[in-house]
Ligand binder design. Structure first.
Ligand code: AMP
Ligand code: ZN
Length: 136
């Protein structure tokens, strides 16, 4: 529990939220500024700032819950696709520093259909080889 964390306050009931699922480890709530109809967030009940801090067992459980929620929400919302998004660090777009996974239903006829498109970069063969050397 982090006294200054908005998601901790939601988890402890100090701030209201629209809860759609709860178990002993997680809360799933609707995002207050949804990118699509049904946009929700998986929040671990324990405070971890980001993926780097999240213990492995909770990371694994998060993905299992994401699959379960995606299947459930797709059925209930009749959405046409689904994004899982997870931001770490300000530069990556993180604004709430309590680990969370975005569950974003996608719809064929949505007005904001370019929601998650990004400009691409080009790298030479040598640069890619150097990248592989660095990362393997
Ligand atoms: P991120 O930018 O990945 O850190 O995502 C933070 C998300 O939390 C944003 O999509 C916000 O709309 C959402 N959010 C912030 N405050 C609340 C709140 N009180 N209840 C529900 N969602 C929230
Ligand atoms: Zn927190």
């Amino acid at each position: 529990m982090d006294q200054n964390c908005i998601f901790c306050k939601i988890i402890t009931g100090k701030i209201p939220s629209k809860k759609i699922y709860e178990d002993e480890d997680f809360l799933v709530i609707l995002d207050v500024n949804p990118a699509s109809k049904g946009h929700a967030l998986i929040l671990p009940k324990e405070h971890y700032a980001n993926l780097y801090e999240l213990p492995e067992d909770l990371a694994a459980k998060t993905m299992l819950l994401a699959k379960k929620m995606a299947e459930h929400m797709t059925k209930k919302l009749s959405c046409d696709g689904f994004n899982l998004i997870q931001n770490n660090g300000e530069v990556a777009g993180q604004t709430v520093f309590h680990f969370h996974l975005h569950l974003i239903p996608r719809y064929q006829d949505a007005e904001n259909d370019d929601l998650l498109r990004w400009d691409t970069l080009e790298f030479t063969g040598e640069e890619l080889t150097a990248m592989v050397k660095l990362l393997v």
